[in-house]
Design a binder for this molecule. Structure first.
Ligand code: KG4
Ligand code: ZN
Length: 348
């Protein structure tokens, strides 16, 4: 069964095709991505209206590229899937509109997918794929969550950020240091040359006794430090970046270990854009190998938003019997949508 996936929730247009025949993990046949990062950089963040317009221009050429790249034609598609939420309403509507129009024209079923379910399942496309059950650490630009995952569609929230997400903490701190958007990878690169012990920054909720996170205070502490440094900021920038990264990573690692201890599980899956962070991977690998815990990551290029994870999640939900295929093409999007709510079958 060939499943097309379209991602357009934020600033990346992604299209991918998976083969979800049988019960083995869907196989990625081809995928294509256009990142809008350069376009938004001039504004220091994502401009929603520009994002929507760019998705409109990119999605059809990417779609052609993916289908032709797999040596197939549109008539070969069995299901068309798209990101239904969460994300920017206008951006989501582009993917939803194109998916439903395409499916209607082909007379094929259409399926809305939860963006975070895509991230969470994305490590299944890597060579070292996880097996259920596991704890998932979802760390993206908009979300920081720990979940217990027993099978496809079973997502129990263990804890989450009560304010900023980890990616937001990276991005906002980077912006305060004068780094370009999106700050996460820039801050991480700068941190490689810095001393992580140079500045004492807060580790909020580290000892809270629960699995919630809070990152809003960190950016205030970074701002205070940056102001204190004044004209010295450029020469101490790498130290501040390394100290900021260390604070975020320490909280993510400690809370992940606490989630593993609480659930008694021995497997951790890391997903979302911040999962690309090298320090996070180093620290998690070290802490988990000491405890005999296996850690799984998506391939680096599938950490940030992409169409492959949407096609994959659609394929895995279909294989798990969680979806009734619909040939109803009226669509809506869900800019705000809790992952725990997709546990039961989703009707499109
Ligand atoms: O998952 P994603 O592509 O988008 C959302 O669904 O939000 O995540 C984007 C986030 C941004 O905040 C970006 O700065 C962060 O992931 N990110 C990183 C790294 N690469 C991407 N943060 C830290 N280190 C990185 N290497
Ligand atoms: Zn994402």
């Amino acid at each position: 069964m060939l499943v097309l996936g379209i991602e357009s929730s934020c600033d990346e247009t992604g299209v991918a095709l998976v083969d979800a025949s049988g019960q083995t993990v869907p196989r990625l046949l081809s995928h294509a991505l256009h990142s809008q990062i350069e376009m938004h950089q001039a504004y220091g963040g994502v401009v929603p209206e520009l994002a929507s317009r760019d998705h409109i221009q990119r999605v059809l050429p990417l779609l052609r590229q993916v289908v032709q790249g797999a040596g197939l034609g549109l008539a070969d598609l069995d299901v068309v899937a798209y990101t239904r939420g969460p994300g920017l309403a206008g951006a989501l509507l582009v993917g939803a509109g194109v998916a439903c129009a395409l499916a209607a024209a082909l007379g094929k079923p259409v399926m809305g997918v939860h963006h975070l379910e895509g991230h969470l399942l994305s490590p299944f496309l890597s060579a070292d794929a996880p097996v259920f059950p596991f704890v998932a650490l979802l760390v993206s630009g908009g979300h920081t969550q720990l979940m217990r995952v027993d099978r496809v569609g079973s997502y129990e929230l263990l804890g989450e950020s009560i304010d900023d997400a980890a990616g937001e903490a990276f991005d906002k701190s980077a912006k305060l240091m004068g780094l370009p958007y999106p700050g996460g990878p820039h801050l991480a690169r700068l941190a490689e040359q810095g001393d992580a012990q140079a500045f004492k920054l807060p580790r909020p909720l580290l000892h809270s006794g629960n699995l919630d996170f809070s990152f809003a205070g960190l950016k205030t502490a970074v701002l205070t430090q940056a102001r204190k440094l004044g004209a010295d900021l450029p020469v101490r920038q790498a130290d501040l970046a390394a100290s900021t990264q260390a604070a975020i990573v320490e909280v993510l690692v400690k809370k992940s270990l606490a989630a593993l201890a609480q659930t008694g599980l021995q497997r951790l899956v890391v997903a979302g854009g911040v999962g690309a962070n090298a320090q996070l991977r180093v620290q998690l690998n070290a802490a988990c190998s000491q405890r005999g815990v296996r850690v799984h990551y998506p391939e680096l290029h599938l950490c940030t938003d992409n169409g492959a994870m949407i096609a994959l999640a659609a394929g895995m939900r279909l294989q798990a019997g969680l979806e009734t295929l619909q040939r109803a093409y009226a669509f809506d999007v869900k800019p705000r949508w809790n992952l725990a709510d997709v546990t039961s079958p989703v009707s499109v």
